[in-house]
Every structure is written in C-alpha cells, then in structure tokens.
Ligand binder design. Sequence first.
Ligand code: APR
Length: 231
Amino acid sequence: MKKKLVVLTGAGMSAESGLRTFRDSDGLWEEHDVMEVASIEGWHRNPKLVIEFYNQRRRQLATVSPNRGHVVLAELERDFDVQIVTQNVDDLHERAGSTNIVHLHGELTKIRSVDGATVIDIGYGDLTPEQTDDRGVPLRPHIVWFGEAVPLIEMADRLVREADIFAVIGTSLVVYPAAGLVNSMRPGTPAFLIDPGEVGMRLPSNFTVIREGAGSGVEKMRDRLSAYVVR
Ligand code: APR
C-alpha cells in the first residue's frame, strides 16, 4: 500500500504563481488591512467592500496558473496517497491535478448563503451585494474569516494523525488552529518544511528543512521521498 503523505500548504505555495503572501505585505492583503476584508467584523461593517474585494481576487485567480510546486505535488499521487490540507483559498492545487484537498479557510470559487445552508460554485465570476439563494437568504464569499470557526480543522487533524510522512510548505505557521496541526503528527513521523523564510514556530527535530521556494523545494523533497516509495 502507498504511504500516506499529508501536505499542509499556505500562501507561499502560490507565491511563484504570482499571488502575494500575507505577512510579507505588512499585514496587508492586496492593499487592504486584513481585518477589513478577512474578518467577520469587517464583513458586518462593510459587506459591499468585502464582496468587491473577493470579486477582484476571483478575477486575479483566473489570470494565474499552478507553479512547478503544485504540479510536482500532483505528480506525487503516482507513488503516494497524497492528502493536501491547504490554508489557501485559490484553486491552484486542483488545477495542477491534486485530487484530495481540504480547504481549511474556504474557497474563492464558491459562495454561500449567510446561514451556511447553500453553497454555490461561482467560478471566477462576480457576486453582487443584492444576490440571494433561492430561499432569499443573502450570499457571501465561501471564506473562513478571522473570528469564525474552522469547520474542517477536525478532519485535517485526523489526516495529520494518520500521516506516514508530513510536509509543510509556504506557511508562516502563525495563524491558529491551522498552525497547531504540526503538533498532531505522530512522534517520529518523517517531516519536511519547505520555506525560504523563517517560520513562527519551533519545529520538532524530525523535520528536514528545505530553505527554498515551493518550486525547487518540492522537487528536492520528491528526490528524498524516493526512499519511502512502496513498490
Ligand atoms: N515558496 C514557498 N514559501 C514561500 C515563498 C515561496 N516562493 N515565498 C514566501 N514564502 C513563505 C514565507 O516565508 C512565509 O513563511 O510563505 C509563508 C507565507 O506566510 P503567510 O503570508 O503568513 O501565509 P499563511 O501562513 O498561509 O497565512 C495563514 O493567514 O491571513 C490568513 O487566512 C489567511 O490562510 C491565511 C493564513
């Protein structure tokens, strides 16, 4: 049986595709204060601005492509049971061909009713403030904002506990509960960190650190993973 490779990704995974990371931009997300456009308070304060912000993010997403890192992770499915747990709301893992993806912080290409009952694919299209679902309930971006629960964290935690190999790519590990997943892996599990910068957490000693960008870093990890391929 193939070994289970669980990969936690963050904004750095998509940096080489041209999507900016959060913490390299002084807490700004595309010129906006993160709390203005990515918190439940920000939504209640100015839903029109938040809707327009995510409309722009969707239009931008339509113009970018998966990078080498996304592609190699998808290719690893040939030799491993790969499970991606991503904090990213983009769809670049999907477009690269990965098939098992948990989006901890939601998905740009979906919208949902404010009561959570309806989830709708919107692709790269725009949401308007007046739009409702067929029950008349207003719609909002399908994003987990600061101040909201992370419904998929328990599933992600279970996946990391089951991992034979664990990898962390392009996340500063400062936002919880996602960062806490590092503590869920079984002691002694082979683990890799791919990030050109410093991360906000002292990592357990079983981590092999690859201080590179996602593209070259994932290729290096693939070379080292050949030792774990079951034939
Ligand atoms: N390849 C890999 N990693 C990179 C690259 C690259 N080319 N460039 C930068 N990085 C690394 C940075 O060194 C940093 O450690 O990516 C990380 C990005 O960290 P953040 O910007 O904090 O992004 P992330 O950890 O995904 O943020 C978590 O915070 O704003 C919220 O909900 C949002 O999901 C997001 C969460």
